[in-house]
Structure formats: structure tokens, C-alpha cells
Write a protein that binds this ligand. Structure first.
Ligand SMILES: Nc1ncnc2c1ncn2[C@@H]1O[C@H](COP(=O)(O)OP(=O)(O)O)[C@@H](O)[C@H]1O
Ligand SMILES: CC(C)(COP(=O)(O)O)[C@@H](O)C(=O)NCCC(=O)O
Length: 257
């Protein structure tokens, strides 16, 4: 698509920035945040190599991250995309959040990305990033969807860190999942896995037996939990880059108008 040449999509999360060229949203790069100097260095590297003319970004991180991107990519036009009241593109999604502007845009665009990959399905979209979110999409007819809302909890790393920070005796490395953990490391890893599993089950139960939602899991921690979850959610799918896919859907629909 000629109109999208030198156009980039960026998903600024609380732990990492994910980017892709708009013409190839499936090929993503990742910049994880160390300190601000390292971040600026990595963004400078991105800027030098990619030479973006236009960036569409969604952000849920501290404003200093987006400002760093803006400062480094000084000649690039950057458009920040928030959540929408509704998406009217290849399909139609109505957003039922109390205030649609308050819904994390990463959640909204991940939901759009998931709908595009699983048309005509009810979906529970779980993001295992810094935070843990489970968002519900109901299909009301061909191409017609409703975003019903979703749960939020600390992500696995945040759970782990909170135990380290809030207790005197849990400064231990992570362990492995055990039916009966017999040391602190295994106890924590097992407990966190069970929390995440329970969180996902809550989201599935809320949608009820009739909806039979397809479970789609994404985010930086998703792959690390596959073994632990497969026996409980046998048909679930791990999908990368849903946020970037959703951003791409929005800008394509607006470029076609
Ligand atoms: N080895 C790992 N085990 C568990 N979680 C991990 C691991 N590596 C990365 N992660 C998680 O992935 C998160 C980054 O995922 P990402 O989806 O990019 O988050 P965000 O969108 O919040 O920036 C980190 O906060 C971390 O919790
Ligand atoms: C829930 C989130 C913290 C998840 O962020 P992430 O873990 O992807 O970095 C983010 O989507 C956010 O800040 N949302 C705004 C509040 C809301 O969605 O209600």
C-alpha cells in the first residue's frame, strides 16, 4: 500500500515498546525499557535505521516514554491513537466501557486484532504483559461485535516483584510449577500460575457456557505459561502482535475512507 510507505505502528506498553512497519505489521521489533539513556539509545537506533516519516502509536506507559520517542524522532509526525467509541472498518465493534477514552488503547487494539483473526467468534482476549487483562468480545451477527469490558490484575512479574518487595523472606529466584511445592521458589511460581489460571477462568465463566468464547492469549509472558495452561485450556491460542494488528486495521480503514 503506497500510502503507508515509511509509516510505522508503535505499541508503547509499561515494559516494552513494540513496533512494525505499517505495510508488514506481522514483523515486529521490540525495545525493552532499561534506564532512560538506554531507551533513548535504542529509539535513536530505530530512527536511524527505519527513517520513519509517520508513526501511529498507542501508549499506556508513563508520558516520559512517549516524550522520548517524540524527542528522538524529531522529524517524524507522530499520531497518538486512543481507544474508540466504536470501530467501523472491515467489521463493526461497539465499545461498552463506561468511558471509552479510559480504556487502555492496548486492550482496544488487541481486541480489534483478535476479531480480525477470528471472525464471527466470541472471544476472551488475555494479555499477559506488565498487567494482566482479560477482555470480552461478543459476536452479535456477521461482522457485528460488542466489546463488553474486562478484568485487570497485576501481571506475573509484578506479582513476583510485589512478594519480593513486601516480604522479608521471599527474596528467592523463581521456581517451577509443582502440585505440592516444597520450597519458596516453587511455591511462588506455582501460586502465581494458579492466580493467572483462576483469573482466566473467571473471564471465561463470566461469558457463560452458551457463549463458548475462544481463548486468545498474548503478551510478553504468554509463551512462558503454555505448558502450565494447556491441560486446563486445551484449545487456547497464543497470538503475538495483536495490538499492532489492531492499529494496522484502524489506519487501513481510515486510509481507505
Ligand atoms: N521469562 C519471562 N517469564 C515471565 N514473564 C516474562 C518473561 N519475560 C518477559 N516477561 C513478561 O513480559 C512483560 C513484557 O510483555 P509486554 O506484553 O511487552 O508488556 P507491556 O505491553 O506491558 O509492555 C514483562 O513485564 C514481563 O512481565
Ligand atoms: C491495564 C493496563 C495497565 C495494561 O497495560 P500493559 O500491561 O499492557 O502495559 C493498560 O491497558 C492501562 O493502563 N489501561 C488504562 C486503564 C483501563 O484500561 O481501564
Amino acid at each position: 500500500m503506497q500510502a503507508l510507505k515509511r509509516t510505522y505502528l508503535i505499541d508503547i506498553g509499561n515494559s516494552a515498546l513494540k513496533w512494525a512497519e505499517a505495510t508488514t505489521p506481522q514483523n515486529t521489533g521490540v525495545i525493552t525499557y532499561g534506564d532512560m539513556v538506554m531507551l533513548a539509545e535504542q529509539v535513536r537506533d530505530f530512527y536511524r535505521h527505519q527513517r520513519p516519516e509517520l508513526i501511529y502509536a498507542c501508549t499506556v506507559a508513563h508520558s516520559v516514554i512517549a516524550s522520548t520517542v517524540q524527542q528522538v524522532c524529531e522529524r517524524t509526525r507522530i499520531e497518538l491513537l486512543g481507544s474508540q467509541r466504536e470501530f467501523n472498518g472491515a467489521f463493526h465493534v461497539v465499545n461498552h466501557y463506561d468511558d471509552y477514552t479510559k480504556l487502555g488503547p492496548d486492550r482496544w487494539y488487541a481486541a480489534l486484532g483478535a476479531v480480525s483473526k477470528h471472525p464471527d467468534e466470541n472471544l476472551l482476549i488475555v494479555q499477559m504483559g506488565t498487567a494482566l487483562t482479560a477482555d470480552s468480545i461478543i459476536c452479535r451477527g456477521e461482522g457485528e461485535y460488542e466489546y463488553l469490558g474486562g478484568r485487570i490484575a497485576p501481571g506475573p512479574t509484578m506479582m513476583f516483584k510485589s512478594l519480593q518487595q513486601g516480604t522479608a523472606r521471599l527474596h528467592v529466584p523463581s521456581g517451577t510449577y509443582q502440585t505440592f511445592p516444597q520450597n519458596s521458589s516453587d511455591g511462588i511460581s506455582t501460586g502465581i500460575t494458579d492466580c493467572v489460571r483462576g483469573f482466566i477462568s473467571g473471564g471465561l465463566e463470566a461469558m457463560g457456557n452458551e457463549a463458548k468464547p475462544k481463548l486468545v492469549i498474548t503478551g510478553g509472558a504468554a509463551h512462558y505459561y503454555e505448558k502450565a495452561f494447556r491441560q486446563y485450556f486445551p484449545d487456547y491460542l497464543i497470538e503475538d502482535n495483536l495490538v499492532i494488528t489492531g492499529l494496522s486495521l484502524r489506519i487501513r480503514s481510515e486510509n481507505e475512507e
